[in-house]
Design a binder for this molecule. Structure first.
Ligand code: PAF
Length: 280
């Protein structure tokens, strides 16, 4: 496995693989890799001849009041995870390699990005779409892998690839959880022991929602209000949103009469965590 810092090195290596007729899978990440990322790398290595992992904390997707500076970074640990899970190449650029002084082109998306996380993080998805488009143009993969934990991001990337005719298959992979249910996230490291315990309210509330759906409840408002009541039992939790949306458009729905996503963002102390479940 090799680690490179420049776009040109990635292009040269991938070109060589292409000459040999090899397929390429791609896992874009911001590093501080956990088992969730590892499952994406596993899926890519299993289904492609070669796997590229990008590790880049993308400044463009953070608002000035967010955690860009404190976002955890550990390239030594990340390289080990990539190696162990069968990656062939890590692309770990500096911000200047991705955005030069003249940079002024963006990929912006309407509709899907105006709901859920897009409401509290208005510039986030422009940053995500722009950097993922750039990474796709650099790596030119056959397949790319994204986690279902960031369900809105996955829907946005699928829409972008279709809208902009990018010839890349987007593969969503299941949420990976800790033994006690908390969805794996690089941001879990921000939690104090007390907050870590309180954070279980997210997965417990997902279970409440799932149970209602399993028992045949179709009224989105009723499901959401039960879930909100449950979160409110945890004093350290502050709700950003709990919503049920159409799985494709990310627009709120009243009835579970089509594939849907039940998604939430909840602050535990200062840490904003997300979780979701799909209703098919
Ligand atoms: O999900 C992430 O880690 C990031 O949003 C991504 C897709 C790597 C873009 O920076």
């Amino acid at each position: 496995m090799k680690l490179v810092k420049t776009k040109q090195e990635v292009r040269d290596i991938v070109k060589e693989w292409r000459k040999q007729g090899l397929t390429v899978g791609f896992v874009p990440t911001m590093g501080y890799l956990h088992e969730g990322h590892a499952s994406l790398i596993d899926a890519s290595s299993k289904n492609n001849d070669r796997t590229v992992v990008s590790i880049f904390v993308n400044p463009m997707q953070f608002s000035p009041n967010e955690d860009l500076e404190s976002y955890p970074r550990d390239i030594v640990h990340d390289s080990k995870v990539c190696e162990e899970h069968g990656a062939d190449l890590i692309f770990n650029p500096e911000p200047e390699e991705m955005y030069n002084d003249m940079f002024c082109s963006y990929v912006d998306m309407d509709v899907l990005t105006k709901e859920l996380c897009g409401l509290s993080r208005p510039i986030h998805f422009r940053g995500v779409c722009t950097v993922v488009s750039k990474l796709f143009n650099i790596v030119k993969p056959d397949n790319a892998y994204f986690g279902q934990k960031d369900a809105q991001q996955l829907a946005v990337i699928k829409r972008m690839v279709e809208d902009l005719d990018m010839d890349i298959k987007i593969n969503g992979c299941p949420i990976v959880r800790e033994a006690d249910g908390l969805a794996k996230s690089s941001r879990n490291t921000y939690l104090s022991p007390e907050e870590r315990q309180a954070a279980l309210i997210l997965s417990k509330t997902i279970a409440v929602g799932r149970e209602l759906v399993k028992n045949g409840e179709k009224d989105a408002k009723k499901i959401v209000s039960q879930m909100i009541k449950n979160i409110e039992t945890e004093p350290l939790a502050r709700i950003d949103y709990v919503k049920i949306v159409d799985a494709l458009t990310m627009q709120q729905i009243d009835n579970l009469d089509r594939p849907a996503l039940c998604a939430m963002a909840v602050y535990i102390g200062k840490t904003r965590l997300i979780d979701n479940f799909e209703v098919v």
